[in-house]
Design a protein around this ligand. Structure first.
Ligand code: FMN
Length: 190
């Protein structure tokens, strides 16, 4: 397997249900398949509880990787702030773009995320008005600009467990398993 870096961008990972489950299932699978040396995880909120990103450390981690997975919960139709700050600061001029900024070139980029809204809400005229693929266009173009290969995103919907708007925990776990397997198979086949 090629070197794969999984960046976890969840501001409250300790309270997460869906993203935490996906990561735990992925870690178990990686251990089982003895692929630990090829896959690294960086949990941003654990590394940077004060949102002060170590830019050289993050860039080194990216340079090592052939595949980059961004794992996050969908917040306001985008990535959470901790991951946006990471993008703004780490994917800087001269590193990710610009005349000499070619360090991301040729890498595979995979967005892996969960939404609270159901799948049918992400349609024209639906509650969320836009298809997920349209909402991700800025990320797709960011990837293009960096010369990355933007893989088909993996998204699981209705991943919320709150009073009134909830999916049963058993179902959440089942969906997390399917999601984690999809990520594993995607990176394993690259
Ligand atoms: C600040 C905030 C913004 C959110 N914005 C959206 C959104 O735009 N669309 C959506 O479908 N769900 C939204 N949600 C729901 C989260 O995506 C959902 O709770 C998350 O995917 C569940 O994953 P977790 O258990 O790992 O936290 C939002 C939640 C929060 C707290």
């Amino acid at each position: 397997m090629k070197n794969t870096l999984i960046i976890i961008g969840h501001p409250h990972f300790d309270k997460s249900i869906a993203n935490k489950a996906i990561i735990e299932i992925l870690k178990d699978k990686i251990k089982l398949e003895k692929l630990d040396s090829n896959i690294r995880f960086r949990n941003l909120i654990e590394l940077y509880p004060n949102y002060k990103i170590d830019i050289p450390a993050e860039q080194d981690a990216l340079i090592w990787a052939d595949n980059i997975v961004l794992q996050f919960p969908f917040y306001w139709y985008n990535v959470p702030a901790i991951l946006k700050i990471w993008m703004d600061e780490v994917l800087e001029y001269g590193f990710a773009y610009g005349k000499t900024g070619d360090k991301m070139k040729g890498k595979n980029l995979l967005l892996s995320f969960t939404t609270g809204g159901p799948e049918e809400s992400y349609t024209q005229g639906g509650r969320n008005n836009f298809e997920i693929s349209s909402l991700l266009n800025p990320h797709k173009q960011t990837s293009n600009l960096m010369g990355c290969n933007f893989l088909d995103p993996v998204c699981s919907h209705s991943m919320i467990n709150l009073p009134n708007i909830s999916t049963e925990l058993d179902e959440l776990n089942e969906k997390s398993k399917i999601h984690a397997n999809q990520i594993f198979n995607t990176i394993n086949n690259l």
